[in-house]
Design a binder for this molecule. Structure first.
Ligand SMILES: [Zn+2]
Length: 169
């Protein structure tokens, strides 16, 4: 199953893409505490309830660090930011969404094993090992496993290497 119209529950807001047949013609509809407020068009302009003004700062804050707010919301509500179902594992709460929704939206799903690692996905670290596949030097962490990391080197080569061979510089 592919979800066509993502809905995002963050704090007291629901941001949703209306269906093709919906009377709401817009890019994103905004619900606040369950009440429809208005829509945002493709140019980012808001049409709707003028009381949106008092929420504009908080919406802007959410927009600036969406993932952080998604995770904070999940910690408070215990629900998935997409499907709003109860999150059944600690890992899901830490991600802000369940594993199923992560797959639907092609999002990373970190497990507590990887979260305990001193590395984060996207970090640039120094690879000090010897590998036929990749060059030693600065690499980018693209996946974190139990004891290894999948990394990308300057030549765009990908390899799985021991975390012991990676150092933060
Ligand atoms: Zn979900």
């Amino acid at each position: 199953m592919k979800l066509q119209r993502p809905k995002l529950h963050v704090m007291e807001f629901i941001f949703a893409k209306p269906s093709e047949t919906s009377k709401i013609k817009g890019y994103v509809a905004v619900n606040i505490n369950g009440q429809y407020f208005g829509k945002v068009n493709k140019e980012g302009e808001f049409y709707g309830n003028p009381n949106i003004e008092k929420y504009s700062q908080v919406i802007s804050n959410i927009n600036n660090d969406l993932l952080h707010h998604v995770k904070e919301t999940a910690k408070k509500t215990g629900h998935c930011c997409f499907c709003n179902l109860e999150l059944t594992s600690e890992d899901s709460v830490l991600n802000g969404y369940g594993e199923t929704c992560a797959k639907h939206y092609n999002l990373p799903y970190e497990t507590s094993e990887s979260m305990n690692s001193e590395f984060n996905i996207g970090d640039y670290v120094k690879y000090v090992g010897k590998s036929k596949k990749i060059e030693s030097g600065m690499v980018k962490v693209v996946k974190i496993n139990k004891t290894t990391c999948t990394v990308l080197d300057v030549n765009g080569e990908i390899a799985s290497v021991s975390q012991k061979m990676l150092i933060i510089v």
